[in-house]
Design a protein. Structure first.
Length: 318
């Protein structure tokens, strides 16, 4: 039977090996796969002494399966053959911005087709943080309070379920898709911007696309609402709610993501606003449920009857 120190050393060694593997995979761009994110979280649990991996798996298994199922169904949603919505969102965007398209306007000001500028690399960092930030918040909440973690997980799941129905029955085209259809001119800048800080060559990047962004998995007509906008905003909302106003700076992350998805041509501002609204609605709904639960518990405590007994009669000496 190995000693506790030997078991701890073995756990550390396994965690180190897995961490180095994940680090390599992240540098070649496979960080976008949700299974890698779940693996990273599992590694963190293994590294931290005193944490029960089985408790982590019990709390996170359904959450992880829900994300996987959502990703899978979202990928097949565009095969349902519902008509793709292109012009209605474009018309709303033009109405909001006085006949202008913010993506086109931003690219005209900031983009140089020859090179990738530093601000595009910064926006790419914000863009990929969408895949990481919500899971970091969920894990920190899990360490702090399982009840708070479950509130976030419920809101996150609710958000994904609602968006999934929209993706299936109202497939919407992003700006780059509309540009390919000839409605206006712009470039989809996401891939070049991400490659500017990932140490990958063109062959590796295309290989990653074939593995993880194949037509069977990727959905190119799931623009409304923007999950990039919704996930990050929901994570920052719960961070501020549970950790206080000193964490207001975390709102910088969703703001950077909102700007990046519009600038790169992935979403209209309308998509971003819908994602913000969806995240806010899920957040308020879960807090409302929690408040009702607390009221019921408080009422139940007040109605409990504490039995009282008369004082025992004193013995009288004769």
């Amino acid at each position: 039977m190995p000693s506790n120190s030997l078991v701890f050393l073995l756990r550390k060694s396994i965690a180190l090996a897995l961490s180095l593997s994940v680090l390599y995979l992240s540098f070649i761009g496979i960080l976008f796969d949700f299974s890698i994110l779940i693996l990273i979280a599992t590694i963190i649990v293994v590294i931290i002494p005193g944490k029960n991996p089985r408790l982590f798996l019990a709390d996170w298994s359904l959450f992880g399966l829900g994300i996987f199922f959502h990703t899978l169904v979202r990928g097949f949603a565009d095969d349902m053959k519902f008509p793709i919505i292109v012009e209605p969102l474009l018309n709303i965007e033009r109405w909001l911005f006085f006949s202008s398209i913010p993506t086109v306007w931003l690219q005209d000001i900031w983009h140089n087709s020859v090179t990738v500028h530093w601000h595009e690399s910064v926006l790419a960092l914000f863009y990929v943080s969408f895949f990481i930030f919500p899971f970091i918040v969920a894990y920190v909440l899990w360490l702090k309070s399982r009840r708070q973690y479950y509130q976030f997980a419920l809101a996150f799941t609710l958000l994904n379920v609602v968006s999934l129905f929209i993706f299936v029955f109202l497939p919407t085209a992003p700006p780059w898709y509309a540009a390919e259809q000839g409605f206006f001119e712009l470039q989809r800048l996401t891939a070049d911007a991400i490659k500017s800080f990932y140490y990958v060559d063109q062959h590796n990047f295309l290989l990653i696309n074939r593995i993880f962004l194949t037509p069977e998995i990727a959905n190119h007509v799931a623009a409304f609402p923007s999950l990039h906008s919704a996930w990050a905003f929901l994570a920052s909302l719960f961070s501020v709610h549970f950790f206080g106003k000193k964490f207001m700076f975390l709102h910088i992350i969703p703001i950077g993501i909102w700007l990046s998805v519009v600038y790169f041509g992935e979403h209209y501002v309308v998509d971003v606003l819908a994602g913000i609204g969806l995240a806010w609605g899920a957040y308020k709904f879960v807090l409302h449920l929690e408040k009702r639960r607390e009221i019921k518990l408080s009422t139940a405590r007040q109605t409990w009857v504490i039995p009282t007994f008369p004082p025992s009669a004193k013995k009288v000496k004769l």
